[in-house]
Design a protein. Structure first.
Lengths: 102, 488
């Protein structure tokens, strides 16, 4: 059972503020959805390996898939273009509100 | 010019044989979009400049008499979760309302490289989270067959433009059914290939172990043509598979005699609408008439697919969506005094209700004390669901099911009940969890005139068999669904 305290704790972890109304709604929805999810406990999975990825199912190893490549210098997005969508920038760095008081 | 019957194939042929020009096609499509899309709301952004440049390039090739590339002059639409260089890319979210992508997604680049013309970006549920397109941060999309009903989601815009004739074809993403479910609701063909078949480079991530890229078209042949141009290894996506790409078109139209088609009883149980049951039953009968052997099978863990999916998908989403913090791109809330406050206010203002709900659910499932109970448990059940398919495919070549439990529902019908909305994906999420290919093909209409889709699953990388079976259904059911598919 999710409590109001849990909602606050999880919202904090997720960097969400949420209004009073949103918190009330979230409490109701999370409990309803997690109640439904609880039916997974009907299954005994003690001897079942967790499946995190599909590729293992069709027998393509990481090496075969070409996922591992030589560590070589390659062209990347130019700095100026990468910065173009920044909400605040001094042209070189991203600007954010002050992190450290001194 | 009448574009309703225009397919990928006929558009390219018309340009190649100089019956029209690519530029004239683009003109005609934009005229239709300008006149008709406001009532449907399928497009978020049009990219006229880019479209006319590409059309001029294709026309120049045609003038020289060169053999044209496979999608030359074909006007298509791109779900707004794919990055498009120099064109606004929002993922249906207000937090990206001003984001101009600096590079093209691989799928986009390959389609354009094959001569396709990108008309614009289509509306979708925010970050592809939804089954009705009502979670768009901008406006909902209406079903072209009945404007009071949803087109399905999350790729609702991409399904609607094909149904409405405001694009010849389109692409979408499918994390739990987001291509196949709207294809069924809008009466078009939607194909989610095997996990790893199409690169996700430039696809805005929702749940990385479940996200797939695939095409929408008016016909099975059209989705085969589109997939052909997108499929294959991409060094920019480490999860794209190093598996040779067959010639899909060669398999469309091949006989299906002797193929074993599994019918899983769990997909025909309680909650299946009677008209959907009848239409899908008729499609299966046609497969039998075409020489398939119909085999009753069981996928015993099916009822656990939705709970498994909503743990795995939300856990991955909570991590993927941490990047929307107002620092590097997107809309920043300006009133945050500290960095943490800026993050929170940006996310509060920029993200919609369903997205926040899923971030909360996923963060909860991954949090200390709950990781084993929810996330690890769901991953173990995911193994069981994948094993169900492995066992079934040891005896059958393909599996046929309904795509959705009901035809398109009304706007507003499920918006207050997230769980009811999640159940709209009950027959589609399994293919994402197992990573197998699945297609939805129209197989009839309800008495109210709403399209109904049948879904065909295949083995990993056996897109050819899926297309073969889908094509037989399409032709057999054409009289009831789509006069375009009736021609050989």
């Amino acid at each position: 059972m999710v409590t109001e305290k849990d909602v606050s704790y999880v919202a904090d972890l997720a960097y969400l503020e949420l209004t009073e109304d949103e918190r009330a709604r979230m409490l109701k929805d999370l409990n309803s959805i997690l109640g439904y999810i609880d039916r997974l406990n009907e299954l005994n999975t003690a001897d079942v390996e967790p499946m995190a990825q599909v590729a293992s199912r069709y027998g393509v190893s990481q090496e075969d898939s070409g996922a591992m490549r030589p560590d070589e210098l390659r062209p990347s997005l130019p700095h100026e273009i990468a910065m173009r969508n920044a909400p605040a920038s001094d042209g070189v760095f991203f600007k954010v509100p002050k992190v450290i008081e001194r | 010019m009448n574009m309703e019957p225009l397919t990928v194939e006929s558009a390219r042929t018309a340009v190649q044989e100089k019956q029209t020009t690519a530029t004239a096609l683009v003109d005609a499509f934009y005229q239709k979009i300008d006149a008709e899309d406001a009532a449907i709301g399928a497009y978020l952004t049009l990219c006229r400049e880019r479209a006319y440049l590409q059309a001029a390039y294709v026309d120049a090739l045609a003038d020289k008499g060169d053999a044209l590339p496979p999608l030359a002059g074909v006007p298509i639409a791109i779900k707004d979760v794919f990055t498009t260089r120099g064109v606004r890319t929002t993922a249906g979210s207000k937090v990206l309302a001003n984001f101009i992508a600096p590079y093209d997604a691989t799928a986009v680049q390959r389609l354009e490289g094959a001569g396709a013309i990108i008309l614009g970006k289509t509306n979708c549920d925010e970050f592809a989270m939804g089954s009705s397109n009502e979670n768009s941060g901008f406006h909902p999309v209406r079903n072209p067959h009945d404007h009071s009903r949803v087109p399905g989601g999350s790729s609702g815009g991409s399904a609607a433009v094909v149904a409405a004739g405001t694009a010849a074809a389109s692409i979408g993403s499918d994390t739990g059914g987001s291509i196949r479910q709207p294809a069924a609701f809008c009466g078009v063909v939607g194909f989610k290939p095997t996990y790893g078949r199409v690169s996700r480079y430039g696809l805005i991530a929702f749940a990385s172990s479940l996200d797939h890229v695939g095409p929408f078209g008016k016909t099975v042949k059209d989705v085969a043509l589109m997939l052909q141009c997108m499929a294959g290894r991409d060094p920019l996506d480490s999860t794209s598979a190093e598996v040779p790409v067959p010639n899909y078109l060669e398999h469309v139209g091949q006989p299906v005699t002797g193929l074993k088609i599994g019918i899983p009883k769990e997909y025909f149980g309680e909650g299946l609408d009677a008209e959907v049951r009848a239409a899908v039953g008729a499609a299966i009968e046609e497969l039998a008439k075409a020489g398939c052997e119909i085999v009753p099978i069981s996928l015993p863990h099916t009822e656990y697919a939705i709970p498994t999916y909503y743990v795995v998908a939300t856990a991955e989403a909570s991590s993927n969506l941490a990047r929307y913090d107002g620092v590097r791109y997107g809309v920043r809330a300006s009133d945050g005094k500290t960095l943490a406050e800026m993050y929170r206010r940006t996310r509060d203002a920029g993200l919609g209700t369903e997205v926040k709900r899923r971030i909360m659910l996923g963060t909860y499932a991954l949090s200390a004390g709950y990781y084993d109970a929810y996330y690890l448990k769901a991953q173990r059940v995911r193994s069981l669901l994948a094993r169900d398919f492995d066992q079934a495919f040891a005896t059958v070549d393909a599996i046929a099911t309904p795509t959705t439990p009901t035809p398109a529902f009304k706007l507003g019908e499920k918006t207050d009940d997230p769980l009811a909305m999640y159940l709209a994906d009950i027959y589609t999420v399994t293919a994402n969890l197992a990573g197998i290919p699945g297609i939805s093909v129209p197989c009839g209409k309800s008495k109210a005139g709403l399209p109904i889709g049948v879904q065909i699953f295949g083995k990993h990388f056996d897109e050819p068999t899926v297309l073969r079976v889908a094509h037989v259904v399409e032709h057999a059911m054409a009289a009831a669904t789509n006069p375009l598919a009736a021609s050989p």
